[in-house]
Design a protein around this ligand. Structure first.
Ligand code: ATP
Length: 709
């Protein structure tokens, strides 16, 4: 490798899948020069630059930057020796102009005083917008200039600029070029610049013309024009491209070399990069032994100053995004409110038709219970108007009674969806009921038939139908127990001969209490996965992730600083949900509250790990949304939140229990309702499965991040 070279690339091959983007490319960039990399859109310029800064892995070939191989320990690349301005703006929209420049300065360990001085200078030179203006409120051209300033802030040894002058007005473009030319010559830095304005590259010291994954030629603009006898670089490029298509590129190069007696070769056809005389700068300087800055830490090191800069960035991104804050802090509260108020309560005002043939004419007008049950003789009881007495028990918020005069009309109304059910009471109900009780096992079938109330229910809505059915049972038993008591019979004879006792909870508990552990767990898991996947994808899509890495930040530092902030947000979400449920709505719990907080928080962390994995496998937000919901919904259906897992076939039940939050819901329920401690095996199992998934998602994501380069 040429020790004068800032960048030296040899036979570089880079593929995306089976597509060869760089096909044995060779390139040589001298220190103290500007290298214009030209080529049609999609020819692989950005890919080449990414390989140079160590952001993309290569299939074969060699890349040598500032005396080392990018990405290797001690190379300093990625790191402070390189300034990189990617094609996309790659800055945080929530940053002000000043924040953006300071962020990169601090990442590169510059002190604030020096950053301030450099910023003043660059701000004037590049006509940056006012310091305090948010980048999201700047025009595309203004953002590009800020991006340029951020790349220049630390006077790097190698400056890589991917289309820096797009959208910049011609006067400023000229100023930028003048500045580059001056800096390159005074500071002896190397600049690689890509541009679509081929003619502006005339000011470069050397031009690389790229096509089909190769460099057609590397030469100074003046020599290119003179070789091809053209007025413009564009025409020279056209000629070279035609020759390449005709397979005669090497002949052309040979002719040119003969004509000049030296140097120019098809850059892709040589095995070593040709060096040319450079018409500027001091040769002594250029042949100086290359200094290499040793980087002591390896890629997994954590540096305080970088962590501080990253945390500051994440915090600004968070608190300046009002919509995001509203979503993250209020969505769990809204969701909890919806569950507590909207799920699990008894249905109200169900329309129940009453067809009472016993009192068809009076409809129980002026009825009182006095005298409806008259005990007489030895344990006998005489009944009056029991249908009216029973109907009084139907005064319940769940039931809205509507009187009908015929059973046919009422059942017809059910068929037309106007009613939930019909109760039919025969005209000799009271007498038949009395006979049925008196005669017991000797009662005639007709006594049993007329002595019962017939209910016709619409079960198409199973939940409503079943709730009404059990309510009617309950009310009928209340009616019968009171009746028996009045008759001085044992009250319990009026109920089923099955007496139930409840060790945990009670039979009147609303379904909401069953839902609470599942609601807490699924909501926090969902919040964690959405928050993490969205934030990381935004960071990556905006290019901030890549650009920070080129500035020397490690993936571990980025991930860790995101994790720290999001874990804080997750803690706030956990506390607000639990305070709302157990503090505001006073739902009972008997377990250890610290354990309940820990379990809820741990599930949130598991959701974040899942979100991290989603952010790695997805390219953009819509893919991430689909993946988060696509994974979350089946897990939610199988976790026992909606229906107990005991109802599933055995294979599915085992599968469901292996999912991240199925077992921990059960564990949390046991802690809340039964007060089980942490060391209970079932509680530990729930936490254990969740922990397994946290580690699994974490490890597989980090592995895939490395693999994706
Ligand atoms: N991550 C990727 N996966 C698959 N293909 C990719 C990826 N990145 C780029 N490509 C493809 O590689 C080719 C070269 O892309 P690259 O961005 O390097 O071109 P470019 O010369 O910089 O284009 P432009 O001048 O428009 O920026 C394109 O065909 C592009 O679609």
């Amino acid at each position: 490798m040429d020790p004068n070279a800032a960048v030296c690339v040899k036979n570089l091959v880079k593929c995306y899948g089976s597509k060869r983007i760089l096909d044995g490319l060779c390139m040589n960039v001298e220190r103290g020069t500007i290298y214009g990399l030209l080529g049609a859109s999609g020819c692989g310029k950005t890919t080449l630059l990414s390989c140079i800064v160590g952001r993309k892995s290569i299939q074969s070939g060699e890349v040598w930057v500032l005396g080392g191989t990018p990405g290797e320990k001690g190379s300093g690349v990625p790191g402070p020796r390189v300034g990189y301005m990617p094609q996309e703006i790659a800055l945080v929209g929530e940053f002000t102009v000043r924040d953006a420049v300071f962020y990169f300065g601090r990442l590169l360990k510059m002190n604030d005083k020096i950053i301030k001085e450099r910023f003043r200078h660059l701000s004037k030179l590049l006509e940056l917008p006012p310091d305090g203006r948010f980048l999201k409120n700047c025009s595309g051209g203004q953002q590009r200039r800020v991006s340029f300033a951020a790349a220049m802030i630390h006077k790097p040894e190698l400056l890589i600029l991917d289309e820096p002058t797009v959208g910049v007005d011609p006067v400023l473009r000229e100023k930028i070029w003048d500045y580059l030319v001056e800096t390159v010559h005074s500071e002896k830095i190397a600049v690689i610049i890509t541009t679509h304005y081929i003619e502006e590259a005339k000011q470069a010291d050397r031009i690389g013309l790229m096509r089909g994954g190769k460099l057609l030629a590397e030469e100074s603009p003046a020599r290119l024009l003179s070789f091809f006898q053209t007025e413009t670089l564009e025409e020279a490029f056209l000629i070279l491209s035609r020759k390449q298509e005709e397979g005669r590129l090497n002949n052309v190069i040979d002719n040119i070399n003969k004509q000049n007696g030296n140097g120019m070769e098809s850059a892709s056809s040589v095995s070593s990069i040709a060096t040319f005389d450079i018409a500027y700068g001091s040769k002594d300087e250029l042949t100086k032994k290359v200094k290499t800055t040793k980087i002591k830490k390896d890629k997994t090191s954590l540096e305080n100053y970088r962590m501080k800069a990253l945390l500051d960035k994440n915090w600004k991104q968070f608190y300046r995004n009002v919509t995001g804050i509203i979503f993250l802090l209020f969505f769990p509260l809204i969701q909890t409110w919806c569950v507590v108020n909207g799920v699990g309560g008894d249905p109200k005002d169900l329309k129940l038709a009453i067809v009472n043939d016993e009192t068809m004419t009076t409809l129980c007008k002026d009825f009182t219970t006095n005298g409806s049950a008259i005990p007489y003789g030895y344990s006998e009881c005489h009944f009056h108007n029991l249908s009216c007495r029973f109907l009084q028990y139907l005064e319940h918020p769940m039931i809205h009674k509507i009187y009908y005069d015929s059973l046919d009309k009422a059942t017809d109304a059910i068929k037309h969806g106007k009613l939930t059910g019909v109760l039919y009471i025969a005209d000799n109900f009271t007498q038949s009921y009395e006979d049925r009780i008196e005669q017991g096992k000797d009662a005639e079938t007709w006594m049993a038939d007329f002595g019962e109330i017939k209910a016709y229910l619409d079960m198409s809505n199973r939940q409503i139908g079943a709730t009404l059915k059990y309510k009617l049972f309950e009310l009928f038993y209340d009616f019968q127990e009171d009746l028996f008591e009045e008759c001085k019979w044992p009250k319990r004879m009026g109920n089923m001969p099955l007496r139930q006792h409840f060790i945990h909870g009670n039979e009147d508990e609303p379904y909401t209490i069953y839902m609470i552990p599942g609601t807490i767990v699924t909501m926090l898991f969902f919040m964690g996965s959405t928050m993490t996947s969205q934030i990381i994808i935004t960071d990556r899509r905006e290019g901030v992730w890549d650009r920070s890495i080129v500035a020397g930040v490690t993936s571990l530092e980025i991930t860790l600083t995101h994790f720290l902030l999001q874990a804080g947000v997750m803690f706030v979400q956990t506390i607000e949900v639990l305070v709302m449920i157990f503090g505001l709505y006073q739902y009972p719990f008997i377990g250890n509250w610290i354990l309940i907080i820990f379990m809820a928080y741990w599930v949130g962390i598991c959701g974040m790990a899942y979100g991290f994995w989603v952010s790695v496998i997805c390219e953009d937000h819509s893919q991430a949304n689909i993946s988060v919901s696509g994974g979350f919904l089946p897990m939610m259906l199988l976790c026992g939140l909606i229906w107990p897992t005991q109802a599933m076939p055995i294979g599915l039940r085992i599968f469901a229990k292996c999912l991240p939050f199925t077992l921990i819901i059960e564990s949390m329920r046991n802690v809340i309702k039964k007060g089980w401690p942490l060391w209970d095996v079932q509680v530990l199992q729930g936490i254990g499965v969740c922990t397994f998934w946290i580690i699994f998602f974490g490890v597989i994501s980090i592995w895939m991040v490395k693999l994706k380069r």
